[in-house]
Design a protein around this ligand. Structure first.
Ligand SMILES: *Cc1c(COP(=O)(O)O)cnc(C)c1O
Length: 359
């Protein structure tokens, strides 16, 4: 079949150029005589790879000097525990519940701290982002937690909450590097890279230096302290070496594309093609409030389960794959991350028009 347009929510498409470069360098990385997979993480060659990856990430995102960039393991899900373990001093944290991932993060945090759910969109099956301009955040809350892009439900914050002076913590797993951000608005943000950045196995956390503490309760495992990783430049133990290298190739690719401004324009253009058609369709319907629509993940339905299943099956035969929706929403979901070319979305919309004409 050759390469397909893969609309998976994650692990997801990577830029073909990056995959080709990784393939070219597989057996002999830059004359080292070995694959990046085989080399010591303490050697000179690898040290350059991880340092350059961090530097390129910093340049792309515009990370100020008083923030650390950490390459971690354990996926986004491990951050659900690391955040409260590392950031609670007063023993209270505020969470905005906009879907499964925020809900899971809050439940995990409850093992370590009191959690106050200051807003939620559960009343309408998470189809919108609650108004966060005037939240009732407890004075003593150590941080306000949000999931900035809701991968499953397809909603995304268009403006960040008014934190009223509290530290903002954001899970950006599924809109990581999709557009420029102002890092100074966050105390920290993190993302598993397998949605929009690289191969599964790396979690990148960006954290303001003053939030990295060593006066933590004794129960906090060494590996789950940000300080452990910050002190050793993400080389406390063996990192996911190869996956960090591929992330580094993606950062270089992003810089070549024109950086996050260019990605933002491209992602908005793709989303416009998709949502404009969706709004004009009499067969397909979006499942979320239009103003809160994600630029990355677009759930949609026909309202008929059998027709949905037929759509997914026929699309696959056209090389448009992984369009089945998450079980909690049903229907379909098109994830259009950085590496999804405009042509992929155009082809999807053409196929949807054709399907609509036939049904
Ligand atoms: C996928 C996802 C997670 C979970 O990530 P893992 O790396 O699988 O633990 C967390 N948050 C969001 C927003 C996600 O999309």
């Amino acid at each position: 079949m050759g390469r397909v347009y893969n609309f998976s929510a994650g692990p997801a498409m990577l830029p073909e150029e990056v995959l080709r470069q990784a393939a070219d360098e597989m057996l002999d990385y830059h004359g080292s005589g070995m694959s990046v997979m085989e080399m010591s993480h303490r050697g000179k060659v690898y040290d350059k790879i991880i340092k350059e990856a961090e530097q390129d990430f910093r340049e792309l995102v515009g990370v100020p000097d008083n923030y650390r960039v950490l390459f971690l393991q354990g996926g986004g899900s491990t951050q659900f525990a690391m955040v409260p373990m590392n950031l609670t001093k007063n023993g209270t944290a505020a969470y905005v519940i906009t879907g499964n991932w925020a809900k899971k993060a809050a439940e995990e945090a409850e093992r370590y701290t009191k959690v106050v759910r200051v807003a939620s969109s559960a009343d309408k099956n998470y189809t919108y982002i609650p108004d966060c301009s005037d939240l009732d955040i407890p004075e003593e809350a150590d941080y306000l937690y949000i999931c900035e892009n809701n991968t499953i439900y397809g909603t995304e914050y268009k403006t960040l909450p008014n934190t009223k002076g509290h530290v903002l913590v954001a899970d950006v797993s599924s809109n990581f590097l999709s557009r420029p951000i102002d890092v100074t608005k966050y105390g920290m943000f993190f993302g598993g890279v397998q949605k929009n950045v690289g191969p599964a196995g790396v979690t990148i956390a960006v954290i303001r230096e003053d939030l990295i503490r060593d006066d933590l309760p004794a129960y906090v495992p060494t590996m789950l302290r940000y300080k452990t990783h910050a002190d050793k430049d993400s080389l406390y133990n063996t990192p996911p070496c190869y996956n960090i290298y591929v992330c580094g190739l993606v950062f270089q690719w992003l810089k070549k594309q024109g950086g996050l401004e260019a990605m933002d324009q491209r992602n908005k253009a793709k989303a416009k093609i998709f949502y404009d058609y969706l709004d004009s369709s009499s067969l397909f319907k979006g499942t979320v409030e239009p103003k809160d629509r994600s630029y990355m993940n677009a759930p949609f339905v026909t309202g008929d389960k059998e027709l949905d299943a037929l759509f997914v099956k026929e699309a696959e035969a056209q090389g448009l794959v992984s369009l089945k929706g998450h079980r909690t929403v049903g229907g379909m979901r098109a994830s259009m991350y950085n590496a999804m070319p405009v042509e992929g979305v155009e082809k999807l919309v053409e196929f949807m028009k054709d399907f609509e004409a036939r049904h």
